[in-house]
Design a protein around this ligand. Structure first.
Ligand code: GLN
Length: 452
């Protein structure tokens, strides 16, 4: 009730939820009460969560932040949300996001912009929550949910977590099933928890993760006890500091928070090691070829015929496709479909897509080499703190620079987590990113707990 009350009070301003399922949640809470009294309650019994509106939820509208899915009510439940329900969680509603999870500021949702609950000291200007899981991040930060699901393709869990001062964990690619999660870029998309503490992230991930035969890229690897990792000793853990994550012009404040994180981990018994990931500088360019290419293919299914919004007054089948897609998709999604179609087209495929795939392999090798010397990497999560809604860059490529520190781990499928470490001089949260070996979320959780 505290959460549904807070939602009715604050969601009008924050716009963190697209759909609120308060009645359903209160009915589920009554059931949870009974289960708790009976004493056979699973780990998340009664825990109220927000669900990014990219996870299909049976009988509850799922929009992906897009006009084209504004009337879509899935007939099935995604594996990740089904796992959470099985563990007793209660869903408060569906959280806002950049359309089809494409963006870094929650400015592209067809259901309006999300407001960051944080403000600069003495300044009431509205700040963006980051993106694309900005609704989830704002909801968790403002106590409109105890935790929320996010998805991360190139940083969409970690960057909004950093902007809103919460924890965001992108697991290893394959750790959580993608089945029933609306696809953006299938070789990169990964679901994960967004919470107020590292321990909460561990508990939530435990429930979300696991092998799923319905997703061929889901890994058949046992899920360890993540919560136990929060109290693990860090003595002798080798923490790598990659030189390439220190680009020219990095702010003094960001350098200071990075140093603070290094000192905290050293104090906890870690050994700090300088490492190099030489292909980092190609990360963004490569991502912004591969992600749009996959998106152009994934979004081909929205044709106004089988589901989603169908344009009125079409005069032929082609006209129906064109009108439905033109009216249904926003500007950023259209831009990505065009770029993706271009880089995959005959004549450009070798020059762009194939080249990008080769560079992706080099980026992956950088991580493999680094993890021969160290157990985990520590970097900033984003190049700045949350910026003002009015300060958003006009040039879309400028906006893509936000992803500079998060994209390489995505390209290589590494697990990565953002932890809020300090406030900047204007009173805004700054986060640091930990990147781990494949399927070693435990080390992220152990080191993350030491950064809180
Ligand atoms: N900001 C990145 C993009 O727009 C990442 C999005 C995401 O991780 N879903 O592609």
């Amino acid at each position: 009730k505290a959460h549904t009350g807070a939602i009715s009070q604050l969601n009008g301003r924050l716009n963190a939820y697209i759909t609120v399922t308060a009645d359903k949640a209160e009915a589920a809470a009554a059931e949870a009460d009974k289960a708790l009294v009976a004493g056979d309650a699973p780990a998340l019994t009664g825990i109220p969560l927000g669900i990014k509106d990219l996870f299909c939820t049976e009988g509850v509208r799922t929009t992906a932040g897009s006009r084209i899915l504004s009337n879509f009510v899935p007939p099935y439940e995604s594996t990740v949300t089904a796992n959470l329900l099985k563990n007793g969680a209660i869903f408060l509603g569906k959280t806002n996001l950049d359309e089809f999870a494409m963006g870094s500021a929650n400015l592209t949702s067809a259901f309006g912009e999300v407001e960051n609950p944080w403000h600069r000291t003495g300044d009431s200007s509205v700040l963006v929550p980051g993106g694309s899981s900005g609704g989830s991040a704002a909801a968790v930060a403002a106590h409109l949910a105890m935790g929320a699901t996010g998805t991360d393709t190139g940083g969409s869990i970690r960057q909004p977590a950093a902007y809103c001062g919460i924890v965001g964990l992108k697991p290893t690619y394959g750790r959580c099933s993608r089945w029933g999660t609306i696809a953006f870029a299938s070789s990169l998309d990964q679901a994960g928890p967004m919470t107020r503490t590292v321990e909460d992230a561990a508990i939530m991930l435990q429930a979300m993760a696991g092998h799923d035969p319905k997703d061929s890229t889901s890994a058949d690897i046992a899920v360890p006890d993540y919560r136990a990792a929060t109290t693990r000793s860090l003595k002798g853990l080798r923490v790598g500091i990659p030189a390439e994550y220190r680009p020219d012009g990095m702010s003094e404040e960001l350098l200071a928070v990075w140093q603070k994180g290094i000192d905290m981990l050293r104090e906890a018994g870690c050994e700090i090691v300088d490492v190099s990931l030489p292909h980092t500088k190609y990360g963004l360019a490569t991502y912004y070829i591969i992600a749009p290419a996959e998106c152009s293919s994934n979004l081909a299914r929205y044709d106004g015929v089988r589901f989603g919004v169908r344009a009125e007054g079409a005069t032929s089948l082609d006209d129906l496709y064109e009108k439905s897609r033109h009216n249904g998709f926003g500007e950023e999604v259209r831009r990505r479909i065009l770029v993706g179609t271009y880089v995959l087209s005959a004549g450009y495929y070798d020059a762009y897509y194939l080249k990008a795939q080769k560079v992706r392999t080099l980026i992956q090798r950088d991580f493999t080499n680094a993890f021969e010397k160290v157990d985990v990497l520590l970097t900033p999560t984003a190049p700045t703190a949350a910026f003002g809604r009015d300060e958003k860059p006009e040039d879309p490529v400028q906006m893509y620079l936000n992803d500079i520190f998060t994209v390489p781990a995505s390209m290589a499928g590494q697990p990565a987590m953002s932890v809020p470490v300090t406030l900047d001089s204007k009173g805004l949260p700054l986060g640091l990113q930990l990147i781990g070996r494949h399927f070693d979320e435990e080390t992220l959780i152990a080191a993350g707990a030491a950064l809180e």
